[in-house]
Design a protein. Structure first.
Length: 323
């Protein structure tokens, strides 16, 4: 309790003495604490006197240009019409051994195989909205500039993602990505299924390189795009004998070091981990990854969904451990 006899000395600026109960001491201590509250409408005591400390630079954890690995590697040309056309040569004509002949025999005619290919131009668009008030108020960043950058990143993100997973047969507005193009070949040799096993061996890569360079393809393996977890499998397990050092460092040829290249009999292959290649961490239902969009757009909601228990067929590749 405060000693009333000392009150007259307060006006003179003198130190006063007094006594307080434990409950009053606790209340005083609480009143003098700044605390951790962040809702300015509820701050009391010393918390109401606290000055806000705001970082003047917006901290962003978003994709950057370096993340669009495949898009950065591709050659870009301008399409001058809604239909893009090109000519492809897939053979020189004839057949193996078909040019043999006698001294005066009739020479069989042949010609190269050419095909006109057609690609439908698809469109990527985004609309950004910033209120007039937002452009006038004092902000840590300029709203219009940030949203313009966000729009560009969204377009690049879709271009990168669809370059792998776009399928016009499912979504007509999409262009066909690598997966769809490979499946359209109708040749099982072009798909090497690891059956869910980790990519920690040179076997599948060596087999793919042999197919690319083989007869009828005559290609050269140069790049290997993979998910982050596939890259981790290589870093952890790939035998150093198959690794390529891109900068001459011997440290890159050790187990556990980042695998930046793989050596095959048909050339060195550059490995590129692409964040837009989905591994099991990203293969979730759309409603889980984008709940706000799914709740607002009926296009992502099936009319009915019924789960039916059924046994796998005899040709099913599902294993018991994957069920």
């Amino acid at each position: 309790m405060l000693n009333p006899g000392m009150l007259p000395n307060v006006a003179g600026g003198q130190v006063i003495a007094g006594e307080m109960s434990m409950g009053e001491v606790g209340e005083l201590k609480k009143a003098l604490e700044a605390g951790y509250g962040s809702d300015v409408a509820t701050l009391q005591g010393a918390g109401a006197l606290r000055i806000q400390s705001l970082e003047k630079t917006m901290l962003a954890t978003i994709q950057e240009n370096k993340h669009f690995a495949l898009f950065n590697e591709l050659a870009k040309t301008n399409a001058t019409a809604t239909v893009d056309e090109w000519t492809e040569q897939s053979g020189v004509g004839g057949f193996l051994g078909g040019s043999t002949n006698s001294e005066t025999g009739v020479i069989a005619g042949s010609q190269g195989q050419y095909n006109r290919r057609v690609g439908l131009v698809k469109y990527l668009m985004t609309r950004r909205e910033v209120s007039f008030v937002s452009t006038l108020q004092n902000s840590i960043v300029e709203a219009e500039a940030v949203e313009a950058q966000n729009g560009a990143l969204q377009l690049l993100t879709d271009a990168e993602f669809l370059s792998f997973e776009g399928d016009s047969a499912i979504v007509p507005t999409e262009f066909d990505g690598i997966y769809s193009q490979i499946a359209s070949l109708g040749d099982s040799d072009h798909i090497i299924d690891a059956a869910g096993e980790p990519l920690n061996s040179i076997s599948a890569i060596d087999q793919a390189a042999a197919l690319i360079t083989g007869f009828g393809n005559f290609g050269t393996p140069t790049h290997l795009f993979m998910s982050q977890l596939n890259q981790s499998d290589f870093n952890t397990h790939l035998d150093p004998a198959f690794r390529v050092s891109l900068n001459g460092s011997s440290q890159e040829l050790m187990l556990g070091a980042p695998v930046k290249g793989i050596s095959t009999s048909w050339g060195d292959i550059k490995t590129i981990a692409d964040v837009f290649i989905r591994d099991e961490r990203q293969q979730k239902p759309f409603e889980v990854d984008f709940p706000m969009v799914a709740s607002q757009n009926v296009l992502f909601k099936p009319a009915t969904l019924t789960a039916v228990a059924a046994a796998g067929g005899a040709d099913s590749k599902w294993k018991a451990t994957q069920g």
